[in-house]
Structures are given as C-alpha cells and as structure tokens.
Write a protein that binds this ligand. Structure first.
Ligand SMILES: Cc1cn([C@H]2C[C@H](O)[C@@H](COP(=O)(O)OP(=O)(O)O[C@H]3O[C@@H](C)[C@H](O)[C@@H](O)[C@H]3O)O2)c(=O)[nH]c1=O
Length: 384
C-alpha cells in the first residue's frame, strides 16, 4: 500500500517527531511505501541527523521525504498523489484546495485520515473512527485518535521496541557503551535523570529536593526550553557540565538533541525522566521507568483535564499509597506548586513506583500498537 503523510510544524518537535516515527514504522515494520510531506526539514533534522536540509526530495529506502509546499502540489507531487491509497493529515495541518483537489481527482479517491493528537480523555473513544464527509469534494475524512484504550487509535510502538529495551536495560555494558558514545561515562555511577521540560516549568522544588539528597545525581538537559527553565532558577548551563552551587553531588549535563533512537536509549538508561508533550511522554512509558509528564500547555487549563484523565488510567491499579502521592505530585508540578516533600515522598517509594511503571508498560503492550490499528482501520475502510 502507498501512504502519504502530511505534516506542518507549528512549534516544538512533537509534530515532526511523531510523523517521522509513524513513517519509519510503516516502512520498517510493515513494508509500506510512504511519502512524508513536511514543511520544515530543519526541525526534522534535529531528531533525524541523516536528513539533508538542503534537499527538497530525499529517498530513505521505501520512505520518500518531500519538502511540502503547502500552497499547491507540483507535477511530481501530483504523480505521487495519484498513486497513494491513504492520505494522513497530521494534527489538523490542513490540506489546501489544490492538494485536496488532486486527491479528490483520483477515482476512487484515497482514504483520507485525520490523525489527531494523543489524548487520554474519554472522547478519544467516541471520536475515533468517525467519518466526516467533505462538503463539496468526493472525499471523506476519518478521525484517527491515538489513546490509551483498545477503542482508540492506540500508541506508536515499534515491533521490537520492548525487546530492545529489555536487552539494553538488562546489560550494564550496553548502558556503559551508550553513555560512552554520548560522552557521559562519568555518570555511570550516578542516579541519572532526563530533564526534557518546557521553558515555563517551575524547577525550584525539584532542585531543592536534589540539593538536600546526598545521592550523586546527573541531570541530562537537552537544548532549548529545558535550559531556559533552568536559567530561570539562576543556573546558566553552557557547553560544559555545571555543578549545583550548593550541592556538589548534583551535576547538570548539557546534551545535544539526540537522534530519536538514542533519545530512547537515554530514557532507558535513566532512573527518572521528566518528559513533555506527546511523543517523549509515550516513550517514557515504554522505558518503564518513573516519569513526570508536563502536557503541552493549552488555554483554559485543558492540559490539566488531559493530565487528570491520564492519571485516571495510569494510576487505576496502583497501590493507593503511591496513587495518592503521585496524583498530588503530577498535579502540583503542572500547576507550578509542588514542594521538595512531594519529590522526597515519591522517591522514598521508588521501588513501588518502578514496579508500577513496569506493570503499566506491560498493560499497554498487551494492546495493539498504533500502526497495526491504522492498517486494520485502512483494511476495513479501504475504498480501493
Ligand atoms: C530531547 C530530544 C527529543 N527528541 C524527540 C522525541 C520526540 O519525538 C520529540 C519531542 O516531542 P514531544 O515529546 O511530543 O514534545 P514537544 O513539546 O517537542 O512537542 C509538542 O509539540 C506541540 C506543538 C504539540 O502540540 C504537542 O502535542 C507536542 O507534540 O523530540 C529526540 O529525538 N531527541 C532528543 O534529544
């Protein structure tokens, strides 16, 4: 089958990260032909260094990457469009009339899928799979809503992901080799934490907890917003490791943006991951390690509703002593109101928490992954 995926980058990395991951998995795990039209190669190249930002068209095996001119398709775009079976419009990026017209000219037209943002909310089940006929063109959009339950679009999970993770986490030599490759062998003995937060994250309680905890800790800090959040606390991280001024056991390690697969390895090798948005949030769950999630901030605190819905799934079967503390901590942190005691309390229950993350990951892995559900959806609704 031939897939066309359309992605416009609004801000951050999630849109590029998710569509790139989806395109690669359709190619690698399911042998599909994929064309990914994306309107910003530079953002994509930060997570996929093999991408050449100067080339508007590039072939990555059965995956064709094209710089997307959203105004209208050129002749080659039209040729590809004429052959695709499934058009995936990611995150409401909007296909302009000339692009939609080219799709509609196919006879019969391709299956047109609106890939929505992941949501843990109940409406994911209600909206997932609904059709929405175009008012004028002979095209029907189908909503595909990723989520946490079997009646949604599920979560992206590559076929061998969890085996790879198990091999990695179970083998200290692999972890050491990875840390060596990213130049961080000296963090081997320390507690390791990834800090991939937004610029407005309130870090003072987290830093106070670390400073009063005698355990040696390395905090890995990717570029951009996490460093801005750190800078707001007076810690300016440059290109070198920075030691906490009041706590020599705490070090902040600047990392470059890693390729997506290495980012997974980073999460797998950490004891705790602070993640955000959508894709890193899902990857943290596949790492089966304790994590904190800051959803992408939305108007009217919609992100807090999302968070509460997620906690309802995630902590439903957790021991009550963990569930109560974790709920309070997630909510407080997302409101910028958590205390060092929130951190301390949870960390004291680390074994319980770790075991819960493992069980949660297993629970999610019992469900079909997003690509399998997508292919099943296509098979059930294909017009041609
Ligand atoms: C730090 C780091 C991230 N990544 C990848 C992992 C993910 O694919 C991507 C980060 O995406 P997210 O975790 O989703 O967080 P984000 O904040 O960057 O993206 C967000 O952008 C908004 C516009 C969307 O509306 C949100 O839903 C969300 O997707 O970056 C790397 O590959 N290497 C790295 O070193």
């Amino acid at each position: 089958m031939r897939f066309g995926i359309f992605c416009a980058i609004i801000d951050n990395y999630g849109d590029a990260g998710i569509t790139w991951r989806l395109a690669r998995q359709l190619r690698d795990d399911f042998g599909q032909d994929v064309t990914l039209w994306i309107d910003d190669l530079h953002t994509l190249a930060t997570l996929a260094p093999e991408i050449r930002t100067t080339e508007k068209v590039q072939q990555c095996g059965k995956l064709t990457l094209r710089l997307w001119d959203r105004s209208q398709p050129d002749e080659i775009d039209r040729e590809i469009l004429a052959q695709i079976d499934v058009a995936i419009e990611a995150f409401g990026c909007g296909l302009s009339e000339p692009w939609l017209g080219a799709l509609a000219r196919q006879c019969p037209p391709p299956l047109w899928i609106h890939l929505e943002h992941l949501t843990p909310e109940l409406w994911a089940e209600e909206v997932h799979g609904l059709p929405s006929p175009h008012p004028r063109l002979p095209l029907t959009a189908w909503f595909f809503v990723p989520g946490f339950t079997p009646r949604t679009g599920g979560l992206l999970r590559e076929r061998t992901l969890l085996e790879q993770r198990n091999r990695f986490q179970g083998d200290p030599k692999r972890i050491a080799r990875f840390l060596d490759r990213i130049g961080q062998t000296e963090t081997l003995e320390a507690r390791r934490i990834t800090l991939f937060c937004y610029a407005d994250a309130e870090l003072s309680a987290f830093l106070a907890w670390l400073a009063h905890d005698p355990q040696a800790t390395a905090v890995f800090v990717p570029p951009g917003q996490p460093r801005q959040a750190l800078a707001r606390t007076g810690l300016e991280l440059g290109t070198k490791i920075l030691t906490h001024p009041d706590a020599p056991q705490v070090r902040f390690v600047p990392l470059p943006m890693l390729p997506q697969d290495d980012f997974d390895r980073l999460l797998w090798s950490c004891d705790f991951n602070w993640v955000r948005g959508e894709d890193s949030f899902v990857r943290a769950q596949w790492s089966a390690r304790p994590f904190l999630w800051h959803p992408y901030r939305q108007e009217d605190d919609i992100h807090l509703t999302k968070l509460e819905a997620f906690l309802g799934h995630y902590l439903a079967d957790a021991p009550p002593s963990l569930a109560d503390l974790a709920t309070q901590w997630f909510l407080n942190s997302n409101r910028g109101r958590e205390t060092p005691e929130d951190w301390r309390g949870l960390w004291q229950r680390r074994d319980l928490w770790q075991a819960h993350c493992q069980r949660w990951c297993q629970h999610l892995a019992l469900q079909e992954d997003l690509c399998s559900r997508l292919l099943d959806f296509v098979a059930r609704n294909a017009i041609k």
